[in-house]
Structure formats: structure tokens, C-alpha cells
Design a protein around this ligand. Structure first.
Ligand code: C2E
Ligand code: MG
Ligand code: MG
Ligand code: MG
Length: 285
């Protein structure tokens, strides 16, 4: 980052100094305070069924509004949190917030699952599925309205334990998805054993399609792979309607991206949803 470069320019290189300055970018203490001071919130981005434009879900994406530094994107603090048990507090916050939103939206007739991003570290918590089961009970939501997204790369850390915990979660009727599909490795031999309903094809393939033949080829194969093992494919990072039309032509099931809308604060999401009546109309088709 620019901040790191500047610091590197002004100090002679020393590992201690670099470690200290990198930590200063976002400290765990600051993150803890962010939770306590309610600086974190969730924005929601719709998932659309390509066949008919129906809004079939929403992904919860964390936002941190820092009092002096402004908006800090999740890429700046989630990896930091994942290095410690603080990720458990972050996930707990996201789950509770999302469940509250499920209850509120159901009251407004918006009955769609909300997907929460979770980390490997969560799946390695011995009692994670019990913890979620208790929350579902506490909030009185239907488990089918909760979805969990796990990144592909993180599945391989401890595959046995991860699969066991995912089985328990799926047993509760929670929807499970593999995120950033195509960026991890060696999960092909496990993919059909995982209790998942969706693969989310990474935006790096989606945003370059269809112009980049290689990216488009991988995208197509990923969609076919999903269908062959009896699950559905979501394309993430759909930035324009040409891509959306291409996804339609290759039989991709769902789409998510700026072409439909950016992630929105809860009120803005509700307005957006009501304005389009829960159906996204691509102007190209
Ligand atoms: P992700 O789960 O793969 O989420 C998709 C990211 O792509 C989001 O970035 C979203 O805002 C962005 N995006 C959506 N549509 C488009 C598009 O059309 N073009 C482009 N270029 N980007 C698009 P965001 O919100 O910055 O989140 C980044 C990552 O941080 C997420 O990737 C996820 O891995 C992680 N994350 C976000 N919220 C949470 C959370 O509550 N818990 C955990 N553990 N991780 C989170
Ligand atoms: Mg995700
Ligand atoms: Mg992703
Ligand atoms: Mg990602």
C-alpha cells in the first residue's frame, strides 16, 4: 500500500520496524474497538437467477466505517482478523446481524436467504455448528434462509475436520457454498463429497469473459462441472450486461455483480428490491 511504501522510503529497512508498521495499518486492538463501538456493518448484494431475473438471495459483505480513517475495505482487516481468534467475534457479529436482517426482511415480504462469509478458522472451531444452531434458535429464523460461503482455498487446511463440520451444518438445512471457485487448488477430488449447493466462480474468470477465450473456457467448464455433480453455479463480479448475456448463453444459474447493483446498505437494498419487484431486468435480453 502507499502507506507502507512511504514508511519504507523514510526508514532504513529493518524487519522489526516493518513488522511494527504493518501492524499499525490495522491492529487487532483497533478491530476489537471497532466491534465494541459498532463501527462494523453489513451491506447486501443481490444474487439473481439468470433464467428469469428473480432475486434469489443476498450476500452480506462487511463494512468498517472508521471514525477518522473512513471506510476500510474487508480485504484490509479480515485477513488480519483471521490470524487470531478475533475472527470468531467478527463472524459472530456477521451472523447475528444477518439473522436480524432475515427477520426484518421477512416482515417486509423479502423472503430470501442471506449468505455470510465465514473463515476456515470458524470451521475448525470444534463447536461451530452447535453455536450456529443456538443462534438460529435464538433468532427464530428458518435455517434454509441462512447460507454460508467458504472460500475454496481454505477448504484444504484440514479437509477431514472441515467436511465433518460442513456435514453438520448442512444437516441443520443451512445452505453451503464454495466461494472464489477456481482460485484454490486440489479440491476437485473433494468437491463432490462436500454438502454444498453452489459454487461461486471467481470474478477473475467472469470479468474477463467472454472476450478472453481462456477465462471464458474455464467459466464454461466450471458451470458444466457444477451441473454434472448436481449443484448450481453462481458467477461473481458481473460488471456489465454483455457478461450477463454470455452467462445466460452458457447456462450459468445465477449472477452477482455491479451490473445488477453494488452491495447496498439494508435500507437501500429494500428500496432497490421494491423498485424492481424482486426481479432484475437485463436491458440486453
Ligand atoms: P467475496 O466473498 O468473494 O465477495 C465478493 C467481493 O466482490 C466483494 O468485495 C464485493 O463487493 C465485490 N464485488 C461484487 N460485485 C463486483 C463486481 O461486479 N466487480 C468487482 N470488481 N467486485 C465486485 P468486498 O466487499 O470488498 O469483500 C472482499 C472479501 O472480503 C470478500 O470476498 C470476502 O472474502 C471477505 N469478506 C467480506 N465480508 C466478510 C465477512 O463478513 N466475513 C468474512 N470472513 N469475510 C468477509
Ligand atoms: Mg463471498
Ligand atoms: Mg468470491
Ligand atoms: Mg474473495
Amino acid at each position: 500500500t502507499i502507506a507502507e511504501e512511504k514508511l519504507q522510503d523514510s526508514f532504513p529497512y529493518s524487519p522489526e520496524i516493518m513488522a511494527a508498521t504493518t501492524e499499525n495499518l490495522v491492529t487487532l486492538g483497533e478491530l476489537k474497538k471497532a466491534i465494541e463501538h459498532c463501527e462494523l456493518s453489513l451491506h447486501y448484494q443481490p444474487k439473481v437467477r439468470i433464467a428469469d431475473g428473480m432475486v434469489c438471495g443476498a450476500e452480506a459483505l462487511m463494512r468498517w466505517t472508521h471514525p477518522t480513517r473512513g471506510n476500510i475495505p474487508p480485504g484490509m482487516f479480515i485477513p488480519r482478523a483471521e490470524q487470531s481468534t478475533l475472527i470468531q467475534l467478527i463472524t459472530e457479529f456477521a451472523l447475528k446481524q444477518a439473522m436480524e436482517q432475515i427477520v426484518v426482511w421477512e416482515r417486509y415480504g423479502i423472503r430470501i436467504p442471506i449468505a455470510v462469509n465465514i473463515s476456515t478458522r470458524n470451521l475448525l472451531q470444534p463447536d461451530f455448528s452447535d453455536f450456529i444452531a443456538k443462534l438460529i434458535d435464538q433468532y427464530g429464523i428458518r435455517a434454509e434462509l441462512l447460507e454460508l460461503e467458504v472460500t475454496e482455498g481454505s477448504l484444504m487446511v484440514d479437509i477431514e475436520q472441515t467436511v465433518a463440520e460442513m456435514m453438520k451444518l448442512a444437516g441443520l438445512k443451512i445452505i453451503m457454498s464454495v466461494d472464489d471457485f477456481g482460485t484454490g487448488y486440489s479440491s476437485l477430488q473433494y468437491l463432490h463429497k462436500l454438502p454444498i449447493s453452489f459454487i461461486k466462480i471467481d470474478q477473475s474468470f467472469v470479468s474477463r469473459s467472454p472476450a478472453d477465450r481462456g477465462a471464458a473456457g474455464i467459466l464454461e467448464v466450471a458451470v458444466d462441472l457444477a451441473h454434472k455433480i448436481g449443484i448450481k453455479a453462481i458467477a461473481e463480479g458481473v460488471e456489465d450486461e454483455k457478461v450477463y448475456t454470455f452467462l445466460h448463453s452458457i447456462g450459468c444459474d445465477m449472477a452477482q455483480g455491479y451490473a445488477i447493483t453494488h452491495p447496498l446498505a439494508p435500507d437501500a437494498f429494500k428500496s432497490w428490491y421494491e423498485r424492481c419487484n424482486g426481479v432484475y431486468m437485463c436491458s440486453e435480453s
